[in-house]
Design a protein around this ligand. Structure first.
Ligand SMILES: [Zn+2]
Length: 69
């Protein structure tokens, strides 16, 4: 069995697929934002994810350093 790594071959792709599975439940009010998505901003080697709860407006942020150039 060959082991290929075509999917998610870049750090960003891997992070994106990870965040797709990240829960969007608001820790503040417990709202489940099933249709919500993390907004993605990239700058340099960093990726910033932001999610605003549509129910209470709580903002969650996550920043990842891709360790690239
Ligand atoms: Zn909330």
């Amino acid at each position: 069995m060959s082991h290929r790594n075509d999917v998610g071959s870049t750090p960003f792709d891997r992070m994106a697929s990870h965040m797709d599975r990240e829960d969007l439940d608001c820790p503040e009010c417990g709202h489940e934002d099933e249709d919500g998505r993390w907004r993605v901003q990239t700058s340099g080697g960093r990726v910033r994810y932001t999610h605003v709860c549509p129910s209470c407006g709580a903002i969650r942020k996550r920043t990842y350093d891709l360790g690239g150039e």
